[in-house]
Ligand binder design. Structure first.
Ligand code: DGL
Length: 245
């Protein structure tokens, strides 16, 4: 089984990491739109246009499924991708919400969604969580974490200052949805900040559960082959993959 994984840049490698750990595919074709990243500060129409262009690239590989690893794409472009793709398309937002639902926490729990401006402004996580009965939902665009992670900063003063900048007035929630590809890389620091009681929802793990449940994708016997493509500096993507995967 062949999966296409789409992201705005390098961040989607956190989702690839989960897919590889669970060895769900024979082959993964990854495309990061590194020439036009970040998507998270762009508007809906631009994100849809870029996503449909990426879809044309993926069609050359005839994948069995397209996974939009990028939360900003999942927020705005899933319907358009589905309408134009000859294969199933899955984003990370619905799987994230379902993963939280399966934690069976009370519906009045405080839930915090963090992501890019596009993801938070789309209101998609908020809508789906409300549909599941959650009503104490807070959301914050925490875009500064993206360049911090891309700088390879996973701890230290700068990250601590950004955590305080965003969360000084936030009381520890029951759960935090890491609604951005980059945030799993600073998950430990986010958990340290809020305390060990706080549940973190990680898009990569959520999508693995979703694929196993909804698409009956099973662990493979042989190792998955990974092909990496980028719209700019593919060698940099490969270097980051070497560090992160
Ligand atoms: N991949 C994006 C996301 O998950 C983060 C980086 C960007 O803004 O493009 O929303």
């Amino acid at each position: 089984m062949k999966a296409a994984v789409f992201d705005s840049g390098i961040g989607g490698l956190t989702v690839v990491k989960s897919l590889l750990e669970h060895n769900l595919f024979d082959e993964i074709i990854y495309f990061g739109d590194t020439a036009r990243v970040p998507y998270g500060i762009k508007d809906k129409n631009t994100i849809i246009r870029y996503s449909l262009e990426a879809l044309e690239f993926f069609k050359n590989f005839d994948p069995d499924i397209l996974i939009a690893a990028c939360n900003s794409v999942s927020a705005y472009a899933i319907e358009e991708l589905r309408a134009n793709a000859p294969f199933p398309v899955v984003g990370v937002i619905e799987p994230g919400v379902l993963a939280l639902k399966r934690r069976s926490i009370p519906k009045n729990s405080d839930i915090l969604i963090i992501g890019t401006k596009a993801t938070i402004n789309s209101g998609k996580y908020q809508r789906l969580l409300k549909k599941e009965g959650f009503f104490n939902i807070d959301s914050k665009a925490t875009g500064l974490f993206v360049p911090i992670v891309e700088e390879g900063i996973f701890e230290g003063e700068l990250l601590d200052a950004a955590l305080r900048h965003y969360f000084a007035d936030t009381k520890p929630p029951k759960a935090v949805i890491l609604g951005c590809t980059h945030f799993p890389l600073i998950a430990d620091k986010i958990r340290d900040y809020f305390g060990s009681e706080t549940i973190l929802i990680h898009s990569g793990e959520a999508i693995v559960e979703h694929l196993e449940r909804e698409f009956e994708v099973k662990k493979r016997d042989k190792q998955c082959s990974l092909k990496l493509f980028a719209s700019e500096s593919p060698q940099n993507l490969k270097k980051i993959a070497g560090l992160w995967l």
